[in-house]
Design a protein around this ligand. Structure first.
Ligand code: NAI
Length: 468
């Protein structure tokens, strides 16, 4: 690490962070097994990994696994509120540069992201770990504008963040007109963590603008069917409790979206005794919600009755300012979809006569002119990470084991420019690494049973089209 080559809240938190990392390691058997498996061969030697993923205690264990496998790593958070400052401090104290702190401004966020690319001696990264696709977006836009020789100006009505991204890229172009072209030429690929980032990748691939190989980690079964679902089942309730400590039992909770995250969110709220109502656009997911026993209706229909509203769609304008104005006094509004596009925060801020009062960081009361208020968590950004500490270690061990395997695949394999999935035998390997910790005893197929089913005794056990 170059001297002072980091920016975090407070290095003196390192010891506190280290204690938490130590406990997390015990709960992350997948990552620890990969460390043991590759302790001698260090297959990531020579890899320079730029990571943009919530700088939490669990991510610290991921980072230190990548380092244990031989990689050189630089890290930022993929969200302005999600960093656990003690985790960032511990990682820096152990020698990996981190640029992240809880409560970054958007300018600071994009400044941090730019720090990912300089590994010293003119070297850029050769691998990216991305969560939500911001680094992937930045390098692709960077190349696009370098080829054009200019960066366009933000259009009237563009999101504030769009303006900041364009300014960041304009400054980069002025300073080094080939920065991103060089970076992309040196990249072996990106592994993407979440649904929203994966959607961006497939769109780029379809448009023919994708420039590097990509691995879709999100859709490994041991990622999206575990982290998105069981992770949110834990961290959504945690975020609501820490933010407001409101009694969830008996309340009417509205969950927008019944995909993997929506299923986990609905289960969590029901588990606390809330009455849960779901909204969906997809008839299949709507039918699933109905058959799971949830009322399914529209936001407009239920907006005056709900006590808690949670968006989980990865879409935009799911709850509008006009709808928020119709909510009950002190209704709670939070989002766990990746970006702050689901709750119309700009519309709320522009609502005539509305007043914003900070109850505490990441909890704001918005008082309407008629005197009634609503409570918005984490300013419409991921509240399970902004108001709490995100998913617990055990489930993140599954996600991050997939990440480590994806990085190994990109580094040692030959992947073309496209979006790839990890093969099923590796998905099953990740699950297997987590069974002992839960005392699971797996049944082994006899040879005759395996032949009857048409699978190998050691797996893979399911065809590609199986949906779990
Ligand atoms: P998904 O695609 O499985 O689910 C999203 C669901 O929302 C779909 O069923 C879709 O039909 C529905 N939907 C879309 N527009 C809607 C609308 N206008 N009204 C109602 N429903 C609508 O995706 P997944 O995996 O559940 O992820 C959702 C979001 O959560 C993504 O942005 C993802 O990146 C993020 N995520 C957040 C995590 C966290 O820790 N907060 C963890 C994992 C994912």
């Amino acid at each position: 690490m170059k001297n002072q080559d980091y920016k975090i809240a407070d290095l003196s938190l390192a010891e506190a962070g280290r204690h938490q990392i130590r406990l997390a390691e015990h709960e992350m058997p997948g990552l620890m097994a990969l460390r043991t498996e590759y302790a001698d061969t260090k297959p990531l030697r020579g890899a320079r990994i730029a990571g943009s993923l919530h700088m939490t205690v669990q991510t610290a264990v991921l980072i230190e696994t990548l380092v244990a496998l031989g990689a050189e790593v630089r890290w930022v958070s993929c969200n302005i509120f999600s960093t656990q400052d003690e985790a960032a401090a511990a990682v820096v104290a152990a020698g990996t540069p981190v640029f992240a702190w809880k409560g970054e401004t958007l300018e600071e966020y994009w400044w941090c992201t730019m720090q990912l690319f300089d590994f010293g001696d003119g070297q850029g990264p050769n691998l990216i770990v991305d969560d939500g696709g911001d680094v992937t977006l930045l390098v692709h836009k960077g190349v696009e504008f370098e080829r054009a020789g200019a960066v366009p100006h933000a259009a009237e009505g563009d999101h504030e963040e769009q303006r900041i991204i364009l300014e960041t890229l304009r400054a980069s172009l002025a300073e080094d007109p080939q920065r991103f072209t060089r970076i992309v030429a040196g990249l072996r690929g990106v592994s993407e963590e979440t649904s929203t980032g994966v959607a961006r990748l497939y769109r780029m691939a379809a448009e023919g603008t994708l420039l590097i190989p990509a691995i879709n980690v999100n859709d490994s079964v041991t990622k999206s069917k575990f982290d998105n679902k069981y992770g949110i089942r834990h961290s959504l309730a945690d975020g609501l409790n820490r933010a407001t400590d409101v009694m969830l039992g008996g309340k009417l909770a509205v969950v927008c979206g019944y995909g993997d995250v929506g299923k986990g969110a609905s289960a969590a709220l029901r588990g606390q005794g809330a009455r849960v109502v779901v909204t969906e656009i997809d008839p299949i997911c709507a039918l699933q919600a109905a058959m799971d026993g949830f009322q399914v209706t529209t936001v407009d229909d239920i907006v005056e009755q709900g006590d808690i509203f949670i968006t989980t769609t990865g879409g935009t304008d799911i709850i509008t300012a006009a709808q928020m104005a119709r909510m009950k006094h002190n209704a709670i509004v939070g989002n766990v979809g990746h970006f702050d596009t689901e709750i119309d925060m700009a519309g709320l801020a522009a609502y005539p006569g509305v007043e914003k009062i900070e109850v505490k960081p990441q909890v704001h009361e918005w008082r309407f002119p008629d005197g009634h208020s609503i409570l918005v968590l984490s300013e419409g950004r991921l509240m399970n990470l902004g108001n709490a500490t995100g998913h617990p270690s055990f489930v993140m061990s599954n996600s991050f084991a997939n990440q480590v395997i994806a990085q190994l695949e990109l580094w040692t394999g030959e992947y073309g420019v496209a979006v790839h999935m990890l093969p099923k035998h590796l998905d099953e390997k990740v699950a297997r690494l987590h069974l002992d910790a839960l005392g699971v005893r797996l049944t082994t197929l006899t040879k005759a049973q395996a032949e009857y089913l048409g699978v190998a005794v050691e797996g893979p056990f399911k065809p590609e089209h199986y949906r779990y």
